[in-house]
Write a protein that binds this ligand. Structure first.
Ligand SMILES: Nc1ncnc2c1ncn2[C@@H]1O[C@H](COP(=O)(O)OP(=O)(O)OP(=O)(O)O)[C@@H](O)[C@H]1O
Length: 532
C-alpha cells in the first residue's frame, strides 16, 4: 500500500495579549479544510523582499486537513490520530510528531494539562481497547528495538523497585528527550536529585539496522499511572532558558509499547509521540555561547529531518542514501519512514504577524513533507518479527517452540560481543565500566601512538621534500650568479676593447692632423722674414 504522508495543520487562537499587541493582521486565511493562504504583513522580511521585487507576498499551502483556532482537542484527535490508533491496535507502529515555531501550540496539542491532548487520549483508547485482557505480570519487557525479554525473579524484583521509585505501585511506556544531540531518559528516578548529573544514553543498533536507546520501560496498568509518569517526566524536562522561550529547546518523545501475548509468542508494537523543539532559526534567538550551541543543535537535527524528508520525497522505495544517521532524532525515526510504521505530522502555527517569516518557513517545510510517499506494509508485525528472549538476552523460542539447542546457537559469541560494544555504557556496573575505560584508554594510547608515528613520517617526508626544493633553488641561484659573472666579464672585456679602439682612433686622427699641418722650419723662417 502506498500513500503520501499525512500532514495536518493546526492554527492556534490568538491570546488576549497578542490581540492587544496588534498581532492580528490577517496573515493566515483558512480557505477550506485543505487550503490555507499566508499573507505577508508589513515589516516582515518576506514583505521587504517582495518590495524589492524578490519572491511573493502571498503563499498557498495544502494539507491533509486543516484545523482552525476553534478546533477542540477531541475533534483533533478524532480526525487525525484515530485512524493511526486503530492501525496501532491492529499491530502497526505509529509515530506522530508536531512541528512548528516556539509558542505555536505543539505541547498543547500533544499533552495539554488543561484540555487533554493527543497523548492522554491515545493512552485512554489503548486501555479501553485492552479492557480486561490486560496482562498483570511484570516478567516481560521490551528488549532492544523489537524483541521481548522474559525476566527472572531478581529482574522482576528490580522492575518493581524502579516502578516504586516513581509510584508508591501490560503496557510499557518510556519517555525521553534529545537535548543538544544527547539523549536523556526522563523516567530516570535519580534525576529528581539536583546534585546528580543526568546519564546520557547512547543510540545503539540492534544489528538489523534499527536504532534504539536503552530506556527505562515502565509497565503501567491504568491511565492514572500513565498521567503520573507523564508528570514525572515533564518535571525532569528542565529546559534551559533562551531569549525566545523557556522550554522550546528539546525534542521530547513519549513511546508506548504494546505487548500482545499469545501463548508462547509475543508481538510488540509501538506508538511514539514526539514534541519537537521550536523550529526558529539561530538569528532569531539572539543567543551566544552555550545557547548558540543549543540553537545550532536544534537547527541541525531539524535540518537533517528536513533533508531526510526532502530525500524521501525524491528517493522512492530505495531509502539507503537518506541521511538518517546524521542526527539522533532521525536515527530513531528512521524505521517509521522506511516501511516499519506509519508517521504523520501535525504542523502547529500561530497567526502572529511578528513571527510570520518563521511560520512561512515551517509551512514550506510541511509542503515538502506532504509529498513524501510512504510504503505501508500490509502486516507490519510480520516484518518486525519480535523475538522472545531470556534474561541472559538469548531467544527462547524457535518457530514458536522453546528449543534450547537452536537458541544456544542463535546468538553466537561474536554477536553477543558486538551487542555488548553497542550497549549503553551508563548502565554497566562500576567494575565493568572501569574495564571498559581501561580498554578504551589502551585503544586511545595505541591510536595516539599510531597517529604520532604517522605525523613523524609525514613531517619527515615534508622536510625531505622541502630540503630537496631548497637545494634545487640554491643550485639555480648559483648558476644564475655564474652566468651573471660571466656576462659581466664579457661586458667589461667588450668595453675595454671599445675603449682601446677609440683611443687608437683618436691617436691616429691626431697624428694625421699633425702631418697635414706640418711646415718645415726653414720654410717658416723664410716666410716670417718676408712678412717683416
Ligand atoms: N489550540 C489552542 N487553544 C488554546 N490555547 C492554545 C492552543 N494551542 C496553544 N495554546 C496556548 O498557547 C501557548 C503556547 O502553546 P505551547 O506551549 O503548546 O507552544 P509550543 O509550540 O509547544 O511551544 P514550545 O516550543 O515552547 O514548547 C500556551 O499558553 C497554550 O496554552
Amino acid at each position: 500500500e502506498q500513500q503520501t504522508m499525512s500532514v495536518y495543520l493546526r492554527v492556534r487562537p490568538f491570546s488576549k495579549e497578542e490581540l492587544s499587541n496588534n498581532e492580528d493582521q490577517a496573515c493566515v486565511v483558512i480557505e477550506n479544510s485543505q487550503t490555507v493562504t499566508l499573507n505577508a504583513p508589513k515589516g516582515s522580511a518576506t514583505m521587504k523582499s517582495r518590495e524589492k521585487g524578490i519572491g511573493m507576498s502571498l503563499h498557498k499551502f495544502y494539507f491533509s486537513q486543516i484545523f482552525g483556532p476553534d478546533t477542540t482537542q477531541a475533534e483533533l484527535f478524532e480526525n487525525t490520530v484515530k485512524s493511526q490508533m486503530s492501525d496501532f491496535l491492529d499491530g502497526k507502529n505509529a509515530l506522530i510528531f508536531t512541528y512548528g515555531v516556539t509558542n505555536a501550540g505543539k505541547t498543547f496539542t500533544i499533552q495539554s494539562p488543561k484540555e487533554p491532548g493527543i497523548l492522554p487520549r491515545v493512552l485512554e483508547s489503548t486501555f479501553q481497547y485492552i479492557g480486561e485482557h490486560q496482562y498483570r505480570g511484570m516478567d516481560l519487557k521490551p528488549y532492544l528495538r523489537n524483541g521481548v525479554q522474559s525476566l527472572d525473579f531478581h529482574q522482576v524484583k528490580q522492575e518493581r523497585i524502579t516502578k516504586a521509585a516513581i509510584f508508591a505501585s501490560f503496557k510499557e511506556v518510556a519517555f525521553f528527550e534529545i537535548y543538544n544531540e544527547y539523549v536523556y531518559d526522563l523516567l530516570q528516578p535519580s534525576l529528581c536529585s539536583k546534585s546528580k548529573k543526568r546519564a546520557c544514553l547512547r543510540v545503539c543498533d540492534d544489528g538489523a539496522g534499527n536504532a534504539y536507546v536503552k530506556l527505562i520501560w515502565i509497565n503501567i496498568h491504568n491511565l492514572g499511572e500513565a498521567s503520573k509518569l507523564l508528570h514525572f517526566g515533564n518535571k525532569n524536562r528542565s529546559a534551559a532558558a533562551t531569549k525566545m522561550n523557556h522550554s522550546s529547546s528539546r525534542h521530547s518523545i513519549f513511546t508506548m509499547k504494546l505487548l500482545r501475548i499469545n501463548g508462547g509468542t509475543a508481538e510488540r508494537v509501538s506508538f511514539s509521540l514526539c514534541d519537537l523543539a521550536g523550529s526558529e532559526r539561530c538569528n532569531k534567538t539572539k543567543t551566544f555561547g552555550e545557547r548558540l550551541k543549543e540553537a545550532g543543535n536544534i537547527n541541525n537535527s531539524l535540518l537533517i529531518l528536513g533533508k531526510c524528508i526532502t530525500a524521501l520525497r525524491n528517493s522512492g522505495p530505495d531509502t539507503r542514501s537518506i541521511p538518517f544517521r546524521e542526527s539522533k532524532l532521525t536515527k530513531l525515526f528512521q524505521a517509521f519512514f522506511c516501511g516499519k510504521g506509519r508517521p504523520s505530522m501535525i504542523v502547529n502555527i500561530n497567526q502572529c504577524a511578528s513571527t510570520y517569516d518563521e511560520t512561512l518557513h515551517v509551512m514550506k517545510f510541511s509542503a515538502v513533507a506532504k509529498q513524501v510517499v510512504q510504503v505501508i506494509p500490509d502486516k507490519a508485525l510480520e516484518s518486525l518479527a519480535p523475538r522472545l528472549v531470556g534474561h541472559d538476552g538469548k531467544p527462547l523460542l524457535s518457530n514458536g517452540v522453546f528449543d534450547s539447542n537452536v537458541l544456544e546457537s542463535y546468538l553466537s559469541e561474536d554477536e553477543l560481543l558486538d551487542e555488548e560494544e553497542e550497549a549503553d555504557m551508563s548502565l554497566l556496573p562500576q567494575s565493568e565500566l572501569l574495564n571498559v575505560v581501561e580498554n578504551l584508554r589502551t585503544k586511545l594510547l595505541a591510536e595516539r601512538r599510531k597517529n604520532l608515528l604517522q605525523e613523524i613520517e609525514i613531517r619527515k617526508e615534508m622536510g625531505d621534500a622541502m630540503l630537496q626544493q631548497l637545494m634545487e633553488s640554491e643550485e639555480l641561484r648559483r648558476q644564475i650568479e655564474e652566468l651573471k659573472e660571466s656576462y659581466r666579464d664579457k661586458l667589461e672585456n667588450t668595453f675595454e676593447m671599445y675603449k682601446d679602439a677609440i683611443k687608437e682612433h683618436a691617436y691616429h686622427s691626431a697624428m694625421t692632423n699633425l702631418e697635414d699641418n706640418y711646415v718645415p722650419l726653414d720654410e717658416f723662417t723664410a716666410e716670417q722674414e718676408k712678412v717683416e
